[in-house]
Design a protein around this ligand. Structure first.
Ligand code: TRP
Ligand code: ZN
Length: 883
C-alpha cells in the first residue's frame, strides 16, 4: 500500500469527463465472501470534452474482473484492455454513438475492514460510497460530475438476507430456486455513484407516513436489528419534523415515494445521504430515554435533518468535483443548525455550535492542516471532511444569510434550486445565485472560499461628547497559513448593538439619514474602516459580533467590569453568554500564570459575584441558564495560550470551579434539590433544561470533595430512570475519588452490556477522567472483551476520547499518551485508514507545546510516517503535520 510518492490532486487541473454514463443497470448476487456484480453501463463520449483520446479509463480497486463485453455481443480479450491496481483501461471505444459496456466482477465484503464499498456489519451487508467507495464495488467513472439513472437488482439467500434494499422505488421481486429471492429497485433521478447504496440482511422495520405540501403520500421506513425496534421513535419523529421544516423554510418537497433509513453498528462517520436510502451510524438513530442522553436525542434530530436536507442540497444539486464539498456540506450544516435552533432553543444551539467552532475548527485553522473551505489540493479526499469544510463552511453560508437577510437569502436559494436542479455545480455557482437574486456584488465575499485561517478583527472606539458620536474603527488581519502567506481583506458582517450605562439598549444611528435601529450589520471590507454612530448622549458599551456573526477572533481587551456588565445586560443571548466566558477566561489566564509561578490560586471575587448574580436570577430557558453557569472548557483555554500548559490549565480551571462551589454552595445545593425529582426522560425543552441545570450544579458541588455530593451522585446513579441522569452521575463519580467508583463502573457495565451504544459511553467516561491512573486504565481497557478495534464507535469512545478530550493525561510529560496513540494509529492504518487518519489530529498541534512535548509528539509522527505500509490517508495528515 505504501505509495512512496502519493499523488496530489489539484483543483486547477479540473477537466470535464471524457465520457458520460447515462444509465446504469447493476445486478448483485450476494455472498459474504464472494459477491458477484454485473454492471451494464450505457455511455457516450462527452461532447463537451476536448480530449482526443479514444480509450476509456474506468476506476476500480480491489476488484476481481471476470469479463468485459462491449455492445452486448463482443466479449473483450486481454489485448483489448489493461488492468492496473486502480483502473481498467479499454483501448478503444466508439466515439460517434452511444455504447453499452458490461462488466462482471467479484468482491469480498468480509475482507473489507476499511468499511468503504460493500462490507459486513453484524452479518448485514451494506455500502458506503462517498467519497470514492463505489470504485471498490465495480469499475466506473467514480466522480461526482458523472450522473446517471440507476436500476439495481439484488439476489440473495432468503434466510441470511431477507431484506434487500437499494435506492429509489421497488419495481419488482420474486422467488428463485435454492432458497433465494430477488428484488429490483429503480431510482428515476440522475445521481453520481457516491450516492448509490445497497443494504441486505436480517432487518426489521418501523414504518410511518408523511403527506407533502402538494399532497403526495410518502412511506417512511427505518430499518434496524430486531432488538432495536423499540429505539426508533425519536428518529421517525425527527424525520417528519425535518420534512415539514424544509417545506416551510425552503419550499422544498421530497421527491420519491419512499424514504428509507438503515442503522448500522460499524460506520466510519455519522450518516450518509444516499438517495432514498440513508445509511446511519446506530448512534444517530437509536434512542430510548434509558439508553440515550438528551444530547444524543438532540444529535439524532440534527443528523436525521442533515441527511434529509441533503436530498436537495447535495443530491438533486450535487458537487462538480470534491473540492466543492462545502457546497453541499457547509450549506447542509447551516440548514441543520437552523432546524435544530427552531426545534429547540436558538440561543443554546448557537452557543453549542460556536463552542465547537472556536475550540476545534479554530485550532485546525491555526495549525499545519489549515485549508480553505474550498481546498485547492488533496492527496486523500477523505481527509477533507473537516471541521473547516463543514462548520466554517456553514458559518460562511450564515454570513450570506446575515448580509442578505432571511428574505434575500430565500430568493437566492430559490434561484439556486431553479437554476441547477439535476446538475453538478461549484461553490461559485451558489454564490452567483445569491448575487443575481439580490442584485448585489459578492466578489469580495468569495474570498472566504479560497482563504484559510481565522481573521483577527481589531476594535478601537472613540466617543466625542460634543458631537455625540461614537466612532468605531474596525480592522482585520489574517495570519499566514501553510502555503498561503499573503492574505486579502475579507467581507465581514459585524452585527453590532449599543448599550447605555444604565443597561438599557441605545439606538444605533449610522450616518445622517439612516433610521435608528436596535442593532446594525457593519460590513467590514477594508483592512481598516471607521463607522460613526450619532445621536448618543453618553458613551455606550458596544456589543460586537452579536450572534457570532462571523468566524473571526475579535481582539478586544475589555476590563472585567465591562464584561460583568454585558453578562447582566446584553440583550443578545450569544454575547451575554460570551461576556461570561471572556470574564472567566481572563480570571483563569491569571491563575494559569500564578500556577506556573508557584503562587497561591486566589479567584477574583468579581467572577464569583457575576456567577452569583446569574444564579439569583430566574430563567425560563434552563438550558441557557446552565450554559451561563458553565466555565470555558480546557480545550477553549488551550486555544487562548501561546505555549499550552495542560497542567496549569487543568488546575486553574479546577480552582475556579472549587471556589464557585465553595462560595455559592447554598444556592447550588438548593437548585440541585429543586430539580432533582425524577423525570423518566421526557424529551421536551422543559425537562431537558431541568436535567441540565441540576447536573451542572452537581458537577460543581462534586469539587468540594464532601459527603453531600458523594451521597447525591451515588443516589442519582442508583435511581436514575434516564441515561442523561445516570451518565451525569457516573461521570461525576468517575472524575472524583468516590469510594463507590469501581462498583458503579461494574454495575453500569453489567446493566448495559447488551447495548453497544451505552457501552461506548462507559468506555468514554473512563477515558476522559482526570483522575490519576487513567492512562493505565485506558491501556487495560484495550484488552477488555468488549473492546473491538474494528468497530469505529469503540475506537472513538476509547482512543478518540482519551486523545482528543483528555488533555491532562494524553499530554502527560513522559510521552506515554503519544506513544499509545501512535501505536493504535499504526495498527488501525492497516485495518481502516479513514478511522486511523481521524486519530492523527491529536498529534498535529505539536508546535503549540513545550519543547519536551514537542519532541515527543514529533517523534511519534515521524514513527508513523516511516511505517513500512502506510495508507494515503494517514500519510497525508502525518506528513503535513511535520512539514
Ligand atoms: N456526506 C456525509 C454527511 O455529511 C458524510 C460522509 C462522507 C460519510 N464520507 C463518509 C459518512 C464516509 C460515512 C462514511 O452526512
Ligand atoms: Zn453532510
Amino acid at each position: 500500500m505504501r505509495d512512496s510518492n502519493p499523488r496530489t490532486v489539484y483543483l486547477k487541473d479540473y477537466t470535464v469527463p471524457e465520457y458520460l454514463i447515462h444509465n446504469v443497470d447493476l445486478s448483485f448476487t450476494l455472498d459474504e465472501k464472494n459477491t458477484r456484480v454485473v454492471s451494464r453501463l450505457t455511455m457516450c463520449r462527452n461532447p463537451a470534452s476536448r480530449s482526443s483520446d479514444t480509450s476509456l479509463t474506468l476506476t476500480g480497486e480491489n476488484l476481481k474482473l471476470v469479463r468485459v463485453v462491449l455492445n452486448e455481443d463482443s466479449e473483450l480479450g486481454d489485448k483489448d484492455y489493461l488492468q492496473t491496481p486502480d483502473s481498467l483501461i479499454i483501448h478503444e471505444v466508439p466515439q460517434q454513438r452511444s455504447f453499452v459496456l458490461t462488466i462482471e466482477n467479484t468482491i469480498d465484503p468480509k475482507a473489507n475492514t476499511a468499511l468503504e464499498g460493500l462490507y459486513l456489519s453484524n452479518g448485514m451487508l451494506c455500502t458506503q460510497c462517498e467519497a470514492e467507495g463505489f470504485r471498490k464495488i465495480t469499475y466506473f467513472l467514480d466522480r461526482p460530475d458523472v450522473m446517471a439513472t440507476f436500476t439495481t437488482t439484488i439476489v440473495g439467500d432468503k434466510d441470511r438476507f431477507p431484506v434487500l434494499l437499494s435506492n429509489g422505488n421497488r419495481v419488482g421481486g420474486g422467488d428463485l430456486p435454492d432458497n433465494r429471492h430477488w428484488v429490483s429497485w429503480k431510482d428515476p433521478f440522475k445521481k453520481p455513484c457516491y450516492l448509490f447504496a445497497l443494504v441486505a440482511g436480517r432487518l426489521e422495520c418501523v414504518e410511518d407516513r408523511f403527506t407533502t405540501m402538494s399532497g403526495r403520500d410518502i412511506a417512511l421506513q427505518i430499518f434496524v436489528e430486531k432488538h432495536d425496534l423499540d429505539k426508533c421513535d425519536h428518529a421517525m419523529q425527527s424525520l417528519k419534523h425535518a420534512m415539514a421544516w424544509d417545506e416551510q423554510v425552503y419550499g422544498r418537497e421530497y421527491d420519491l415515494d419512499l424514504y428509507m433509513i438503515v442503522a448500522v453498528g460499524h460506520f466510519n462517520m455519522g450518516a450518509m445521504e444516499n438517495k432514498g436510502l440513508n445509511i446511519f451510524n446506530t448512534k444517530f438513530v437509536l434512542a430510548r430515554p434509558d439508553t440515550a442522553t438528551d444530547a444524543d436525542y438532540e444529535n439524532i434530530e440534527g443528523v436525521i435533518g442533515h441527511e434529509y436536507f441533503h436530498n436537495w442540497t447535495g443530491n438533486r444539486i450535487t458537487c462538480r468535483d470534491w473540492f466543492q464539498l462545502s457546497l453541499k456540506e457547509g450549506f447542509t450544516v447551516f440548514r441543520d443548525q437552523e432546524f435544530t435552533g427552531d426545534r429547540t432553543s436558538r440561543a443554546v444551539k448557537r452557543i453549542e455550535d460556536v463552542n465547537m467552532l472556536r475550540t476545534r475548527q479554530f485550532a485546525e485553522d491555526a495549525g499545519p492542516l489549515a485549508h480553505p473551505i474550498r481546498p485547492d489540493a488533496y492527496i486523500e479526499i477523505n481527509n477533507f471532511y473537516t471541521l473547516t469544510v463543514y462548520e466554517k463552511g456553514a458559518e460562511v453560508v450564515r454570513m450570506l444569510h446575515t448580509l442578505l437577510g432571511a428574505a434575500g437569502f430565500r430568493k437566492g436559494s430559490d434561484l439556486y434550486f431553479e437554476r441547477h436542479d439535476g446538475q453538478a455545480v461549484t461553490c461559485d455557482d451558489f454564490v452567483s445565485a445569491m448575487e443575481t437574486a439580490n442584485g448585489v456584488d459578492l466578489s469580495q465575499f468569495r474570498r472566504w472560499y479560497a482563504q484559510a485561517g481565522t481573521p483577527v478583527v481589531g476594535v478601537a472606539q472613540h466617543f466625542d461628547a460634543a458631537q455625540k458620536t461614537l466612532s468605531l474603527t474596525l480592522s482585520q488581519h489574517c495570519p499566514p497559513t501553510p502555503g498561503q502567506t499573503a492574505k486579502e481583506p475579507l467581507h465581514i458582517p459585524v452585527v453590532t448593538g449599543l448599550i447605555n450605562r444604565d443597561g438599557s439598549p441605545a439606538l444605533c444611528r449610522l450616518g445622517e439619514n439612516e433610521a435608528a435601529a436596535e442593532q446594525v450589520v457593519l460590513e467590514l471590507t477594508q483592512a481598516k474602516q471607521a463607522f460613526v454612530f450619532s445621536g448618543l448622549e453618553e458613551e455606550p458599551v458596544v456589543s460586537l459580533l452579536r450572534g457570532f456573526s462571523a468566524p473571526v477572533k475579535p481582539a478586544l481587551n475589555r476590563p472585567p467590569e465591562e464584561l460583568a456588565f454585558l453578562l447582566s445586560h446584553d440583550p443578545d443571548t450569544f454575547n451575554r453568554w460570551d461576556a461570561g466566558q471572556q470574564l472567566a477566561v481572563q480570571v483563569m489566564s491569571g491563575l494559569i500564570a500564578d500556577y506556573r509561578n508557584g503562587a497561591k490560586l486566589a479567584v477574583n471575587p468579581l467572577l464569583i459575584d457575576a456567577y452569583r448574580k446569574v444564579l439569583e436570577q430566574s430563567w425560563d430557558d434552563l438550558s441557557y441558564f446552565s450554559l451561563l453557569m458553565t466555565l470555558p472548557s480546557e480545550l477553549y483555554l488551550t486555544e487562548q495560550m501561546r505555549v499550552v500548559d495542560v497542567e496549569a490549565i487543568h488546575h486553574a480551571r479546577e480552582a475556579v470551579a472549587r471556589a464557585l462551589a465553595e462560595q455559592l454552595r447554598e444556592p447550588l445545593e438548593t437548585l440541585y434539590l429543586r430539580y432533582h425529582r425524577d423525570e423518566s426522560g421526557r424529551f421536551d425543552a422543559g425537562a431537558i433544561g431541568r436535567r441540565r441545570i441540576k447536573n451542572t450544579c452537581l458537577s460543581y458541588l462534586a469539587q468540594l470533595d464532601a459527603d453531600w455530593a458523594r451521597h447525591w451522585s451515588l443516589q442519582q446513579f442508583n435511581t436514575a430512570k434516564n441515561m442523561t441522569d445516570q451518565l451525569a452521575a457516573l461521570t461525576v463519580i468517575v472524575n472524583h475519588p468516590h469510594p463507590a467508583r469501581q462498583q458503579c463502573l461494574d454495575g453500569f457495565y453489567r446493566q448495559w452490556r447488551h447495548e453497544a451504544l451505552v457501552i461506548d459511553k462507559w468506555f468514554a467516561a473512563q477515558a476522559m477522567s482526570p483522575m490519576p491512573g487513567t492512562y493505565e486504565r485506558v491501556l487495560g481497557l484495550l484488552g477488555h472483551p468488549a473492546f473491538d478495534i474494528r468497530n469505529p464507535n469503540r475506537v472513538r469512545s476509547l482512543i478518540g476520547a482519551f486523545s482528543q478530550s483528555n488533555p491532562l493525561h494524553f499530554h502527560a510529560a513522559d510521552g506515554q499518551g503519544y506513544r499509545f496513540l501512535a501505536d493504535r494509529i499504526i495498527e488501525l492504518n492497516g485495518l481502516n485508514p479513514q478511522v486511523a487518519s481521524r486519530m492523527v489530529g491529536a498529534l498535529t498541534s505539536w508546535r503549540r507545546y513545550d519543547e519536551n512535548r514537542q519532541n515527543r509528539m514529533k517523534a511519534e509522527l515521524e514513527r508513523i510516517v516511516s511505517t513500512e505500509v502506510i495508507s494515503k490517508d494517514v500519510y497525508e495528515l502525518a506528513a503535513k503535520s511535520l512539514a
